[in-house]
Design a protein around this ligand. Sequence first.
Ligand SMILES: Nc1ncnc2c1ncn2[C@@H]1O[C@H](COP(=O)(O)OP(=O)(O)O)[C@@H](O)[C@H]1O
Ligand SMILES: [Mg+2]
Length: 409
Amino acid sequence: MSTRSGPTRVVLFTGKGGVGKTTTAAAAAVHLADAGHRVALTSADPAHSLADALGVALSSDLQEVVPGLVAQQLDARQRLEEHWGEVREWLLDVFDWAGVRSVEAEELSVLPGLDDLVALLELQELGASGDHDVVVVDCGPTAETVRLLSLPELLGWYSDRFLGVSRRLHRLARPVLGRLTDLPLAGDAVFAAGVDLLDRIEAVRIALSDPATTSVRLVVQPEHMVLAEARRTWTSLSLFGYHVDGVVVNRVLPEDADAPFLSAWRATQARHLERIGTDFDPLPVFRADLADDELSGVDDLRRLAERTWAGTDPSARLVEGRPLRVEDTDDGPVLVVALPLAERDQLDVAVVGDELVVTLGALRRCLPLPWALRRRGVASARLVDGELRVSFTSTGNPTGATNGTPVGT
Ligand SMILES: Nc1ncnc2c1ncn2[C@@H]1O[C@H](COP(=O)(O)OP(=O)(O)O)[C@@H](O)[C@H]1O
Ligand SMILES: [Mg+2]
């Protein structure tokens, strides 16, 4: 492999706590750097263990670990203070504008979601810098990852509605209102900073949900609870349009590990490994053996990765497929949302305004409908082979709202 020319690839590793996300991400990053890629390794997990895995000290700033590999351990709070001053200024201005005058800069860091926001901005910057062929991300545990990755869409949704409206109002009304009343209108600088920030979040949303740019890998162990969570994660990430294209099974008992004590474990692992193949089909499955001792440092990671990724470039897109598409059928256009392993009784769809609202258990995504499908009702919603297929009535739906439609087979 040689240095690629082309856009930066982003590869995220996530999974249940303790399964080996950090180890797997760091090992893949070392492996890629050895193969000649320019790699940046970053952690979105506030539990800082990248440095432990690599056996080096790390800070919030990128530093070289081995030739071709730079790594950082993000401290979102510190980062916010030193690097994302504009976000802080903007938030302070917004609070000030809203009449909340007593907010101190330090207090901002407790705002929920701000860590995620900083991590996303950092990711956007790493991707856009052109300095790296691959950005490898050691994500937090699955629930946090789903939260992190659904944030751009959520913020986009709010900003379209609120900032979009106030932006228009702002432009139109400011010159007039400014003379007539003392209605507080945000200063131009606040808006400019806000718009810039939202543009950047939009950019990261587009990059992360583009399968050509971003791949998500599920790290698991051949154990019942871990696998149950990974299956749900695959469904949830798919709902938000993320492309999961591989599974890494960590801590597999090596062939030559032989002892009577291990025989039940070996049988259990074999059973789970077989089921992983079926459940996660068509995702490729990679194995990382349980090492014969604690892993520590780059050389151990290198050995682990050489076996796991033998013959495969871990930065490549490993599976084709589109999370979202519109199909023309005899019964009219059908919106197809990939939802692997979703359960029918967890799903509900409804049209609200120009959006299709898909609810999956406690998660919800608002999908903007293409023009041709707007102002119609849901004719049927079916779950077929891991895909949600929604067809629409041909007549108009002037109110723009329908009741929730249960999903059939
Ligand atoms: N294949 C493996 N063989 C031996 N030890 C491992 C293996 N994978 C991970 N570990 C060890 O397990 C611990 C937890 O791994 P880590 O990657 O930090 O998990 P996570 O990031 O998912 O919480 C670490 O001490 C790591 O060295
Ligand atoms: Mg970790």
